[in-house]
Write a protein that binds this ligand. Structure first.
Ligand code: SF4
Length: 232
């Protein structure tokens, strides 16, 4: 059995695959409010989480002619069946994007993926412990050990931490290599702890970081791609 409980398909034949659970506990995690695709307009509270076995996952993907997958959720590296799934997808030449916080990332997973979207919440470990309730040490060690050209980076813009947190991440990325890619997602509030940031502040931060580092920083404009639910 896998930890996969939700699969969606976009109009470009790519698919987002949701893995259940995470070894981190970010205060602002979107999964605290929406366990399924945020755009899915049904009452998600009544939906039961039911895991798929590996064959079912593969059958759903093949039947729907999926050519690219985004493995996220949740933290895909918690799933022991992940390497098996990756091998099957790779054999079928399906493009694999693995979204991870990096703490349990292995060379095998990097080798089998086409892209690693590596999420950094803060490079300041004191701040990291406050907002994620876990140290960033292991994750950043893994990054140092496993980094290659497949890696792109993501973070969340938190109003409460401002641009400083994003700029520190950019400086850290510059210390690895010039011109790395960093996507910034403005926070979507899920509780009272963190507020929605002003989008002008996010854009000003993007301009500041672009000017003062080599990092290719951007945010997704619009509400994201509309997806069709393949499971459940
Ligand atoms: S690392 Fe991602 S999935 Fe895990 S708790 Fe944080 S926001 Fe949620």
């Amino acid at each position: 059995m896998t930890r996969i409980y939700h699969i969606t398909k976009f109009s470009d034949s790519s698919s987002y695959i949701f893995f259940y659970g995470c070894n981190w506990n970010c205060d602002f995690c979107i999964l605290k409010k929406y366990r399924f695709d945020i755009h899915w307009s049904i009452n998600q509270k009544n939906l039961e989480i039911k895991f798929l076995d590996l064959n079912d996952v593969i059958n759903i993907l093949f039947k729907n002619d999926i050519r690219e997958v985004f493995l996220g959720g949740g933290e895909p590296t918690l799933d022991n069946s992940l390497p098996f799934l990756l091998k099957i997808l790779k054999d079928k030449k399906i493009k694999i994007n693995t979204l991870t916080n990096g703490e349990l990332l292995t060379k095998e997973i990097v080798d089998l993926s086409d892209r690693i979207a590596f999420s950094i919440k803060s490079v300041n470990d004191e701040i990291h412990k406050k907002i994620v309730h876990r140290s960033n040490k292991k994750s950043l060690e893994n990054l140092e050990k496993l980094y290659n050209e497949k890696f792109t980076f993501e973070t969340v813009y938190l109003k409460e931490l401002g641009c400083k947190n994003v700029y520190e991440i950019a400086q850290f990325l510059d210390s690895i290599k010039n011109n790395l890619s960093l996507r910034v997602d403005p926070l979507i509030p899920v509780n009272e702890k963190f507020q929605r940031p002003d989008i002008n502040d996010v854009d000003n931060c993007i301009k500041y970081v672009s000017k003062n580092s080599t990092v290719k920083i951007y945010r997704i404009i619009g509400s994201g791609k509309n997806a069709k639910v393949l499971y459940p």
